[in-house]
Design a protein around this ligand. Structure first.
Ligand code: AMP
Ligand code: MG
Length: 436
């Protein structure tokens, strides 16, 4: 039986030939979650000029040697307006986001100022032109205060976002900051999914005796969508060898990866292993982990050299592969969930050129005992408590999906290691594992 680390290594190695190279150019509006296929360079400084982060007065710090200094207000600069160079010994009324005029080196927030009517002026009525009055500055400023420096976020010529990184909402904002209205991204991974099991019925249909509702279909679809995949759902495949082979062929034709649930054990009703062996190659079918021991992977041939996943046009070296990757997950819903977030996510990252290491576990204190560990590496469904310790869901059966809904993380527990309350355990947040 392979260790999980070895299995992950082999999955990554096996994914190389399927690395995506096709790209598309999208509006930055549509690019959330995609992987950048270009560096995003900035042609401008961001911000493009020194500007104020406060409503107040822009001035030269040296002009206010003591609290109470009074300066004439020589101009008014709202955001979006370019001011004139600051006349020495005066202040400019400024509003958040407005450019700080040349000559000013500090902003005093309006809460530390007193607007005063000037001699013969109409007072600080904010109407601009004459009559801006005076301002009494109540605190001694230091040079640079409340000034956002030109280029402090991104310098002209710098790489704002690097090729191969995932476009998070923050990254989209940064792309927009440098004026990128479109982005070149990798095409989405195309993933086929099907469930096996004659006992499965879809919700909405009556549950005949002996049947259960198909749950993994929903979880796997959701996980694939969250990972930014184009999902091709082949539904429920009956527990028959020929039907399974047929489904694999159909799935391989148009997809980079086939993900299935159930039927990967060695029972008479488990047909995936022989079906994959007949339609491609099976590399492995057992991994030393709990939940998730029956976990098959390999590849399925694409019929007649036709390159369905990538189309005729633009198929670059990596995309000329005449196989689709295959990962067969166990049928139990917790097992398929856990093996997806550990293994399928790793494959998806590998084909998109993203780093494949699992998230770094956080060392946290266990608020539970786990006296009878398994001989396999275990992934326990846990949740943080108010003390920042880790609580265990009381039923760790791989059929109890409630545990995975309740949990906010998994404890990655080494093989045969008992846990006593207060021990440090390795906590993996689900927020990092899902949509990795
Ligand atoms: P299998 O891997 O096919 O032997 O299935 C293992 C267990 O998971 C059995 O109890 C199945 O009934 C159950 N199971 C398999 N597929 C699903 C599914 N899609 N939804 C819910 N339970 C499933
Ligand atoms: Mg089955």
């Amino acid at each position: 039986m392979l260790s999980l680390d070895d299995a992950l290594q082999r999955l990554v190695a096996g994914s190389r030939a399927l690395a995506l190279t096709q790209t598309e150019t999208l509006s930055t509006f549509e690019a959330h979650g995609r992987v950048l296929a270009q560096d995003v360079l900035s042609v401008l400084d961001v911000p493009p000029a020194d500007n104020t982060s406060m409503d107040g007065y822009a001035l030269r710090a040296a002009d206010v040697p003591a609290a109470g200094t009074v300066l004439a207000v020589s101009q008014r600069i709202p955001a979006g307006v370019v001011g004139a160079p600051l006349v020495a010994g005066t202040a400019a009324r400024v509003f958040t986001g407005a450019q700080v005029p040349p000559g000013a080196d500090a902003v005093v927030m309006q809460e530390q100022c007193e607007a005063m009517a000037g001699e013969g002026a109409g007072g600080n009525d904010g109407k601009g032109g004459a009559g801006l009055g005076n301002v009494r500055v109540l605190a001694v400023p230091t040079a640079g205060q409340w000034v956002r420096r030109r280029g402090e976020d991104v310098r002209a010529g710098a790489v704002a976002l690097t090729r191969g990184s995932r476009l998070t909402p923050q990254a989209l904002g940064l792309a927009a900051s440098v004026g990128a209205g479109t982005l070149r991204v990798l095409r989405r991974p195309r993933v086929a999914v099907f469930s096996t099991g004659d006992e499965l019925v879809m919700p909405g249909e009556p549950l005949r005796p002996g049947a259960i509702y198909n749950r993994t279909r929903f979880t796997l679809r959701g996980l694939l969508q969250a990972a930014g995949c184009e999902v091709r759902d082949f539904g429920i495949v009956p527990d028959r060898l020929e039907a399974t082979r047929e489904a694999l062929r159909a799935a391989a034709a148009g997809c980079d990866l086939i993900v299935t649930s159930g039927g990967v054990s060695v029972g008479e009703e488990d047909h995936l292993r022989p079906a994959v062996m007949a339609e491609g190659r099976l590399e492995n079918w057992q991994v030393a982990m709990k939940p998730g021991k029956p976990l098959a992977f390999g590849a399925v041939r694409r019929g007649n050299g036709s390159n369905g996943a990538n189309g005729a046009a633009g198929s670059a070296a990596g995309e000329a592969a005449n196989e689709a990757l295959f990962v067969g997950l166990p049928g139990n819903p917790v097992s398929s969930f856990v093996t997806f977030v550990l293994c399928v996510s790793t494959v998806l990252r590998a084909i998109q050129g993203l780093p494949t290491a699992l998230p770094r576990p956080l060392p946290l204190k266990a608020a539970f005992d786990w006296p009878r560990p398994d001989k396999r590496r275990e992934f326990l469904r846990v949740r943080l408590n108010a003390q920042g310790e880790v609580e265990l869901f009381d039923n760790q059966s791989s059929g109890v999906l409630t545990s995975a809904v309740w949990a906010d993380g998994l404890v990655d527990n080494p093989a045969s290691q008992a846990i006593t309350r207060g021990d440090t355990v390795r906590y993996l947040p689900l927020s990092e594992l899902v949509a990795r």
